[in-house]
Write a protein that binds this ligand. Structure first.
Ligand code: OGA
Ligand code: MN
Length: 218
């Protein structure tokens, strides 16, 4: 994939993104990636055979506990297997380097998975990281839903770090939109939609071994 003018605009967005994370702890960016890449990711996900998408687990018990009362999405971890996954990972690597330069977060690695929520699926209010228990520092969610309309539902609801009952944002999962937030700070939830909802969830991680605990297994 060629570098396009879009990448250059994206670089500018990434600077205001760093500023947003610094000042309020989260950012919402539209058209975060080149349009060819979002289209290629969408096609890849749509064409992924159903048996490769697995029911997601929760945190540390990922392999053992599948709590369908908490989350109902199906996921597939991204590996540099296909061209489009490689390009995705290289963009997120650039983002990691830029965020480290701007924010001095010491982000060390990035992991991400495709996710699909069928009609009615949800992910109840949760934190992606508990203080001192994982290496996840910064969460990312990238949306792959062309022409998403408000009446379809499926919003990401972000809550106030100080008051977990106070909503601060409702984000529609529109094609090309990326949401980035501090993993330990912001409770968030996925509301049910009336149709398939696609996303890529990911986490920038630090490399500290915290209390000899390791992150949840993939
Ligand atoms: C997650 C998550 C949000 C979304 O996978 O941890 O919170 O909007 N996803 O898909
Ligand atoms: Mn989450």
């Amino acid at each position: 994939m060629q570098q396009t003018a879009h990448d250059i605009f994206a670089q500018l967005n990434y600077l205001s993104l760093a500023e947003a994370i610094r000042s309020k702890g989260y950012a919402i960016i539209d058209h975060a990636l080149p349009i060819e890449l979002e289209t290629a990711l969408f096609n890849h996900l749509v064409n992924t055979p159903a048996e490769e998408m697995n029911t997601a687990g929760i945190g540390r018990e990922q392999q053992l506990m599948r709590n369908e009362f908490v989350r109902r999405d199906e996921i597939k971890w991204i590996e540099p297997e296909s061209e489009v996954e490689k390009v995705w990972l290289s963009h997120m690597e650039n983002l990691r380097i830029m965020l480290n330069r701007q924010l001095l977060l010491g982000l060390f690695s990035y992991e991400s998975h495709f996710a699909q929520y069928h009609a009615g699926d949800f992910y109840k209010k949760h934190l992606d990281a508990f203080n001192g228990q994982t290496n996840r520092v910064l969460s990312t969610v990238f949306y792959l839903n062309p022409n998403w309309q408000a009446e379809y539902g499926g919003e990401l609801v972000i809550y106030d770090p100080e008051n977990h009952n106070q909503e601060i944002e409702r984000v529609l999962p529109e094609m090309g939109r990326m949401v980035i937030f501090l993993s330990e700070e912001f409770p968030h939830e996925v509301l049910p939609a009336d149709r398939l909802r696609y996303s890529i969830a990911g986490w920038f991680r630090v490399n500290n071994s915290i209390n000899n605990q390791i992150d949840p297994p993939k």
